[in-house]
Design a protein around this ligand. Structure first.
Ligand code: NAD
Length: 364
């Protein structure tokens, strides 16, 4: 077949919309009751981290007798003991759903309860991590995090209220926002990308990148918070619809096996993976360049992303997050043992160079 008759890869695709409702807008947390009505849920267990228990209690109070309690048992990486405890409490109290109020850790706990106890999740996200838009669950047992996809854990309704994000610190907002951008960038070069998801990805990046500098200037800027949360929704939808590649594999290894913090690790690694994959993913690079406002600099979008992170005050080196140079070989070996599908084939020398640059915090 000649080059002229070979269809571009993106000419063939499968797109499947995920079955969920999204309620968005300042003040929309007041509409959680409507969503529970819609789902026919009369008894709900409210989940949060210990740090966000007051927010969870305030929301539970608006639900009256529908709330069967607030369980502030969410913690990073969903330990199996936390999942069992929350599932047992939900069963004892006769909860018909969990209301997860918080970031990815709390949504993750709700998903674990859904998986183990079969009751749905309603999510009220307060970070930009995007877990609420995905059927991906994760549970940690014996220091190993197992993840999987199951439609049963996909929240049935998501209530996005930007006012709840006003309390997210500027540092966490930036790291979490760049975590969202990473979902969208990987969605643009995903093996199962599709035109509609690529539109979501480009617009998600644009919305987040336009919002973050304003959030840094004033964390109380509700318009900026609204744009950031809108970007997080779109980027999360991309994560839920596509298969992630090298960037997410590296971040899972760095977080799961080397204890690095989730969102900050994404922020450091992304520019380096964009530099690595760029030559093999020109359409994704062009879309990212348009979205970050450097369309004329498509050959330096990795540098533009690094500059953005640095300007926002995000960490730029893995060393600053606690990774030691002697861990690089382990990371490389783990990637190569079972590489995720990636637009550019991953080999040891290139991967090692990527890791060394990310460790040192070099501008790609
Ligand atoms: P997080 O949920 O761990 O929250 C970090 C801290 O910020 C917590 O103490 C939390 O209570 C606090 N916090 C959250 N929102 C706040 C707010 N508005 N105001 C004040 N404090 C607030 O962090 P995260 O980055 O949202 O989530 C990370 C976790 O989510 C990781 O374990 C990651 O693996 C998982 N994740 C899963 C998916 C998925 O699809 N399954 C997607 C993204 C992230």
């Amino acid at each position: 077949m000649s080059a002229l008759t070979t269809p571009p890869r993106s000419a063939s695709f499968i797109y499947e919309a995920l079955p969920m409702r999204v309620v968005f807008g300042p003040g929309s947390v007041g509409r959680v009751t409507e969503e529970l009505d819609h789902l026919g849920v009369e008894r709900v267990l409210v989940l949060s981290t210990p740090e966000q228990v007051e927010t969870a209690r305030t929301i539970a109070a608006t639900l009256g007798e529908r709330s069967v309690g607030v369980h502030p048992g969410a913690t990073m990486h969903v330990p199996i003991s936390a999942a069992d405890e929350a599932a047992a409490l939900a069963a004892r109290r006769g909860a018909q759903a969990c209301l997860a109020v918080g970031g990815g850790s709390t949504t993750g706990l709700g998903k674990a309860v859904a998986l183990r106890h079969g009751i749905p999740v309603v999510a009220v996200p307060t970070t930009y991590a995007g877990s609420e838009m995905t059927p991906i669950w994760g549970i940690t047992e014996n220091e190993t995090k197992t993840t999987g996809r199951d439609r049963a854990v996909l929240p049935r309704a998501v209530v996005y209220d930007p006012e709840l994000t006003l309390s997210l610190s500027v540092g966490l907002s930036v790291a979490s926002g760049l975590n969202a951008v990473a979902h969208a960038v990987e969605g643009l070069w995903a093996p199962d990308r599709s035109p509609i998801v690529s539109l979501l990805a480009e617009e998600g990046i644009r919305s987040m990148v336009s919002a973050l500098p304003r959030v840094v200037m004033d964390g109380g800027d509700l318009a900026a918070r609204t744009d950031a949360l809108r970007g997080a929704w779109l980027c999360g939808a991309v994560l839920g619809a596509t298969t992630m590649s090298l960037h997410h594999q590296l971040c899972h290894i760095l977080g799961g096996s080397h204890g690095l913090p989730h969102a900050e690790t994404h922020a450091v690694v992304l520019p380096h993976v964009v530099a690595f994959n760029g030559p093999a993913a020109p359409d994704a690079v062009a879309a990212t360049a348009r979205a970050v406002g450097s369309a004329g600099l498509a050959d330096d979008v990795a540098g533009a992303l690094w500059d953005l992170g640095a300007a926002l005050g995000a960490p730029t080196s893995l060393a600053a997050l606690g990774l030691r140079a002697d861990a690089v070989d382990d990371v490389v070996a783990r990637v190569l043992a079972a590489p995720y599908r990636n637009p550019r084939p991953v080999e040891a020398a290139g991967l090692r160079a990527l890791m060394m640059a990310a460790l040192a915090g070099d501008r790609p």
